[in-house]
Design a protein around this ligand. Structure first.
Ligand code: PMP
Length: 436
């Protein structure tokens, strides 16, 4: 491709004109990478540097980069019908067929989908649909949403207000009311909070099956079963946020299958299109859908322009076809076990790694070293050596997280672990040399 600007010029333009999402405002030299291509688990930047995308970019490129079938489907759909509305009495084939496919894949009676363009919109939609449900049921005082510490649900105002990572909520000086938090692993804390607030005031409880951005926290055995029981006992809707965990990431199609728990609503995004198009949604149970139909005399006054976008839905259908055809869920399970085993070997070797954990291809190592943060240094060194991973330092944590494409091979996974170890050794050397 002919380039009109040099790399240096692009970096300057980036610094001047591009306010990056969830990023430091000031950078010394502009972006570290300007990516131009992706193939499988690899990303290539503008200078030709090749790196393993150990995060599937933002936990989302599940099928890996460069699957041209998705571009073909997108072009075909765009050429035929790029966009038409799904408001009121309008619909389109890809949206209908994707909603049907999702109903087949989702656990239990989660059979109906409200489409959005991403995870934050999906969570905001879930809160609004849950509250609307209680209005229809005549229980108008049920409006509070309970969430967990260390949770991440996105950056729309509702999604941020439900995000347990306090830094995100403190970004502005006003969040939405009626969001409450409990310790992320404590069943008793949830029960106590419901009792204190009054169950008749609680609309829903929202939880990630595995907390992602909060540091890959896997809940204890039986946690979700007990949560389901408490929600049943108090008549509270259970919402799961499968934005990261859906579409094979944890070695099951949806992570709640590990725990045999069916929520009342389930949010998804990311892996539904592997990032090839912007799409998300909320699935609701057949029971809730039926009650909406029976009790509502009005309109669902909630909808995005792009709810049910034909091109995005066509890409979603093709992406799911690839996940199924290439057995990527089974691969995620096997490679996930190897990833975790590899991280545990590193834990045994390096005393400052105090935990290695994960589920499927979602994993993390937790670090504790004399109050100093090492995870960001490891991530920086890994990037230099050819591996993209991510650090989590919010909530006084020091964690490196991994989420490679579900298509990763055994050899590529070994390379990932080798590069990671080299980065860890480099940081250890710096620590020993007192450079950090
Ligand atoms: N929920 C979870 C669990 C997420 O990880 C994310 C994004 N990382 C979101 C919601 C928000 O999704 P989006 O960025 O697409 O709005």
């Amino acid at each position: 491709m002919k380039r009109n600007y040099s790399v240096e010029e692009l970096k300057v333009l980036d610094q001047k004109h591009f306010l990056h999402p969830t990023s430091p405002v000031k950078t010394e030299n502009g972006p570290a990478f300007i990516f131009t291509e992706g193939k499988g688990v690899y990303l290539y930047d503008i200078t030709g540097k090749k790196v393993i995308d150990g995060m599937s970019s933002l936990w989302n490129v599940n099928i890996g980069h460069g699957r041209t079938e998705l571009g073909e489907v997108a072009k075909e759909q765009m050429d035929k019908l790029a966009f038409s509305s799904c408001f009121a009495t309008f619909s389109n084939e890809p949206a209908i067929l994707l909603a049907k496919k999702l109903a087949e894949l989702a656990p239990g009676d989660l059979n109906t989908t409200f489409f959005t363009s991403g995870g934050s919109e999906s969570n905001d939609s879930a809160y609004k649909l849950a509250r609307h449900y209680w209005i229809l049921k005549g229980e108008t005082s049920r409006k509070k949403i309970i969430s967990r510490s260390r949770s991440y649900h996105g950056v729309a105002i509702g999604a941020t207000s439900a995000t347990g990572l306090k830094g995100f909520r403190d970004f502005t000086n006003s969040n939405a009311p009626d969001f409450l938090f409990v310790d992320h692993f404590s069943i008793q804390a949830l029960r106590d909070l419901i009792e204190t607030e009054g169950p008749e005031t609680i609309a829903a409880f929202i939880t990630e099956p595995v907390q992602g951005a909060g540091g890959v926290h896997v809940a204890p055995d039986n946690y979700f079963k007990e949560i389901r029981e408490i929600c049943n006992e108090y008549g509270i809707l259970m919402i799961t946020d499968e934005v990261i965990t859906g579409f094979g990431r944890t070695g099951k199609f949806f992570a709640m299958e590990h725990f045999n728990v069916v929520p009342d609503m389930m949010c998804f995004a990311k892996g539904v299109t592997s990032g090839y198009a912007q799409l998300g949604g909320v699935m609701i149970s057949e029971k809730i859908h039926q009650e909406f139909s029976e009790l509502s005399e009005g309109t669902i006054l909630h909808g995005y322009t792009y709810s049910g976008h034909p091109m995005a839905c066509a890409v979603g259908l093709k992406n799911i076809e690839i996940i199924e055809k290439d057995n990527l869920v089974a691969n995620a399970e096997i490679r996930g076990q190897e990833l975790l085993a590899g991280l545990k070997v590193l834990q045994a070797k390096y005393p400052f790694i105090v935990d290695a954990r994960g589920l499927g291809l979602m994993a993390g190592i937790e670090i504790s070293y004399e109050g100093k943060l090492l995870a960001p240094q490891i991530v920086t060194e890994a990037a230099k050596l050819g591996l993209i991973c991510r650090s989590v330092v919010l909530d006084a944590q020091d964690i490196v997280v991994f989420s490679p494409p579900l298509s990763i091979s055994q050899k590529e996974l070994r390379d990932l672990l080798d590069i990671l170890e080299k980065a860890i050794q480099e940081v250890e050397n710096q620590v020993l040399a007192n450079k950090l």
